[in-house]
Every structure is written in structure tokens, then in C-alpha cells.
Design a protein around this ligand. Structure first.
Ligand code: G3P
Length: 245
């Protein structure tokens, strides 16, 4: 396993003024021992990428269209993200699946488009609280993994984020045993499908990660980093998480 990954998802937050956080973050981590990724809203992507250029921080999109170009008002292609300086793109986040009805098939097509454009895909999976209560967690994760990830992925091109829907923005976090169970399961499923390269696929945990709970989460089996929402918006908070990796 290579370097760990601290990924921030700004979601629909941030305007020009918030680019100051990127400067602060870059200055605080001139030569970090982990990879640092920030995924701002599309409006900030090019400027954030320019600010980050030459430093340790890289940038990503939060979604892309499955097609390379065309009549899709409001959408952004993977190639456009690359052109704006992105190296990664988050795909299949539960908020996209819920707000925009994205299915595993949609996410798979978008992931294939991202890979074709030379981006690293950060594919998100996660169960709802009702699914966990019904004992369906591993079934749900297995189905999402199988359906959302195209053939041909490698440790260099695919990151998977486990984000329990009920833990996102709620302050609720699964037990370390629950996180380990899902991450171990994901590693085994990916290894069964992709072989040895699965050992290099980084598996991120996401959902209410804060500087305070990051150390124990990062010490958990098969956790290779985090996908962080709220606590990635401020350099001071995100730095605390990066320092825990
Ligand atoms: O993609 C990150 C995310 O959904 C987790 O959000 O605010 O709970 O860290 P948050």
C-alpha cells in the first residue's frame, strides 16, 4: 500500500474568498507524507488548481457527465475537469445518488468516462440507516461495488470511499468494528475482481470525520484515508485530519 489520502469534498460550499483556505493549507503542508486532495465546487476548480500548482495539494471535481461533450446544459465532462486542472473526480456520492437519482449503472458510466479522460475516480458507496438496521449493509455495499465500478480499474486509477449515508454531516460515526468490517469486505471483493492491484486501491472512510476522531479511524483495518466534508472547509480543521494520517 502506498501513501494515504486525505480528500476534502467541499460540496456546494465556497466562493472566491474561501480560496484563502487553500493557500493556508498548502503553506501548512509543503511536503506532506500523505496525498492531499480538495474537490471544490466547479466554479472554483480552475482557480484552486492554479493556486495548488507546484505544491503538494491536488484538486478534483465532484461529478462528471458520462459523455465527452454535447447538449447537456449544466453538466461538465471529465475532460473539462482535466482541463481545469483536476486529477481526480468524486463519483456516485450519496448526495448525487439521492438528489439526482444516479444509479450504479450511471456511476459506472461516469467512472469509465473519468478513467478515459485520465482522471482518478473516487467512487462512493454506503448504506442508509434503514439498510444497516435491516442487516443489509454488506449486501448493499457489494451491489454498489459491483455495479458502480467498470472493468480495468487499478490501484493507480481507482479510490473507493465508504460513506454510510447516516454518518454524513450528522456527527454519528460507525464503530471501529463496523468500519473495519466494511473495509475488509471491500478489499476482499475488489481483490476477487481485480486481483493483486486491489491491494493498492485506496479505501477511504467518509462521514463526520473530524480531527478528534481521525486517529482511531485511520488506525482501523484497511482504512487508507478519509473523504471529508464539513471539516475540509477550514484549513485548520483539515490540517488536523491530515496530521492524523
Ligand atoms: O464526501 C464527504 C462527506 O459526505 C462526509 O461529509 O461533512 O460528514 O464529513 P461530512
Amino acid at each position: 500500500m502506498g501513501r494515504k489520502l486525505a480528500a476534502g469534498n467541499w460540496k456546494m460550499n465556497g466562493t472566491s474568498a474561501d480560496l484563502a483556505e487553500v493557500k493556508a493549507l498548502s503553506a501548512a503542508h509543503p511536503a506532506p507524507s500523505v496525498d492531499i486532495l480538495l474537490c471544490p465546487p466547479a466554479t472554483l476548480l480552475a482557480r484552486m488548481s492554479d493556486l495548488a500548482a507546484g505544491g503538494a495539494l491536488v484538486t478534483g471535481g465532484q461529478d462528471c457527465h458520462a459523455e465527452a461533450a454535447g447538449a447537456h446544459t449544466g453538466d461538465i465532462s471529465a475532460g473539462m475537469l482535466r482541463d481545469a486542472g483536476a486529477t481526480h473526480v468524486i463519483l456516485g456520492h450519496s448526495e448525487r445518488r439521492t438528489d439526482h437519482g444516479e444509479t450504479d449503472t450511471d456511476v459506472c458510466a461516469k467512472t469509465a468516462a473519468a478513467l478515459a479522460a485520465g482522471l482518478i475516480a473516487v467512487v462512493c458507496v454506503g448504506e442508509t440507516e434503514a439498510q444497516r438496521d435491516a442487516g443489509e449493509t454488506l449486501d448493499v455495499i457489494g451491489t454498489q461495488l459491483a455495479g458502480s465500478i467498470p472493468d480495468g480499474c487499478t490501484g493507480a486509477t481507482l479510490v473507493v470511499a465508504y460513506e454510510p449515508v447516516w454518518a454524513i454531516g450528522t456527527g454519528k460515526v460507525p464503530t471501529l468494528e463496523q468500519i473495519a468490517e466494511v473495509h475488509d469486505f471491500m478489499r476482499a471483493r475488489l481483490a476477487a475482481r481485480f486481483g493483486d492491484t486491489a491491494a493498492d486501491m485506496r479505501l477511504l472512510y467518509g462521514g463526520s470525520v473530524k480531527p478528534g476522531n481521525a486517529p482511531e479511524i485511520f488506525a482501523t483495518s484497511n482504512v487508507d484515508g478519509a473523504l471529508v466534508g464539513g471539516a475540509s472547509l477550514k484549513a485548520a480543521d483539515f490540517s488536523g485530519i491530515i496530521a492524523a494520517l
